[in-house]
Design a protein around this ligand. Structure first.
Ligand code: GDP
Ligand code: MG
Length: 297
């Protein structure tokens, strides 16, 4: 008997939602960085294990949007909660306090008829007391279906997530083939891998103003040849991304290529170009042109 389980992963920025999804899947499809607002789109991670096909929705962190890109991200995060979910996975970091973002999300949960599992993440860098206090605080505010302390980064405790969510799976045909890990296109995965390296290797406003566009993606027998353009929102950001003697751009390319080769299982040739598109994040049309637009069937 085949079952499916649709789970949205939600919570504020930087709590480890994408890390958790990658760990649960056993493969990295969603990018991770120590900067808030790394994830811009909802990303579906798919895992077929035993008789269950899990569909995890990784979402942008909930925050107060400051520009058109931020508004798009919040619409994505909110639309995930409007889907036909079997369970919600709410991720907080151990030590987090309940602020307005948490208040409003828990209020939203109370208006939905979906079980919510609370994940208290980052147990590897917090002591038991901090973890305990976080559990206590959040449990007093909302009646969670279960509470799981774990480390998404080390994987410790993550197997319990399956034990807790499996019971919400419903009898259904699997929507995706058994070996699918995501329904994101290879192009969009490639562009995300590049963006992740820029997030990791540059700082302050530079990475937040970056978008990556895949200009060509050619699959040859045992090689994928990719040409990508990196758009930054200020002329002054361009030399930062390129770096002294082109070293930063070279590093971005090498690291992104290694990730792609792991994910695609073939050699990748990557050609990167840096361009400037002033203030694109503030402009609705530019944001949509960068690929951040609502999916329409
Ligand atoms: N120490 C520790 N760091 C974590 C853990 N999970 C995520 N992180 C880090 O927290 C930061 C944000 O992670 P990310 O998955 O991008 O968070 P998201 O914004 O909620 O998707 C990154 O630097 C991760 O490496 C964890 O369990 N332990
Ligand atoms: Mg994320």
């Amino acid at each position: 008997m085949r079952k499916t389980l649709i789970a949205a992963i939600t919570g504020r920025a930087n709590t480890g939602k994408s890390t958790l999804m990658n760990t649960l899947l056993g493969v990295k499809i969603s990018i991770v960085s120590n900067k808030p607002q790394t994830t811009r789109n909802n990303i579906r991670g798919i895992l077929t294990k035993g008789d269950i096909q899990y569909i995890f929705l990784d979402t942008p962190g909930l925050h107060k949007p400051k520009d058109k890109l931020g508004s798009y991200m919040m619409r994505s995060a909110n639309s995930a909660l409007a889907e036909n979910l079997d369970v919600i996975i709410y991720v907080v970091s151990a030590g987090d306090r309940i602020g307005p973002v948490e208040e409003s999300i828990m209020k939203r949960f109370s208006e939905m008829e979906v079980p919510v599992v609370l994940i208290v993440n980052k147990t590897d860098i917090n002591d038991g007391r901090t973890v305990g206090e976080t559990i206590l605080q959040f449990s007093q505010k909302y009646n969670f279906a279960s509470v799981i302390p774990l480390s998404a980064k080390t994987g410790k405790g993550t197997e319990i997530v399956f034990e807790e969510i499996d019971k919400y799976a419903i009898e259904d045909e699997w929507p995706f083939p058994e070996d699918f890990v995501t329904d994101s296109s290879e192009r969009s995965l490639a562009s995300e891998m590049i963006r992740e390296k820029i997030l990791v290797l540059t700082s302050e406003e530079v990475p937040h103003g970056v978008a990556v566009s895949i200009e060509s993606f050619e699959e040859k027998e045992d090689l994928i040849s990719i040409r990508a353009e990196i758009f930054c929102e200020r002329a002054s950001h361009k030399p930062i991304i390129i770096g002294k003697n082109g070293e930063t751009l070279k590093k971005i390319g090498t690291m992104a290529r290694e990730d792609m080769e792991k994910l695609f299982g073939v050699k990748v040739y990557l050609d990167l170009w840096v361009k400037v598109k002033e203030n694109w994040r503030a402009n609705e049309i530019a944001v949509a042109n960068m690929g951040y637009k609502e999916e329409k069937d």
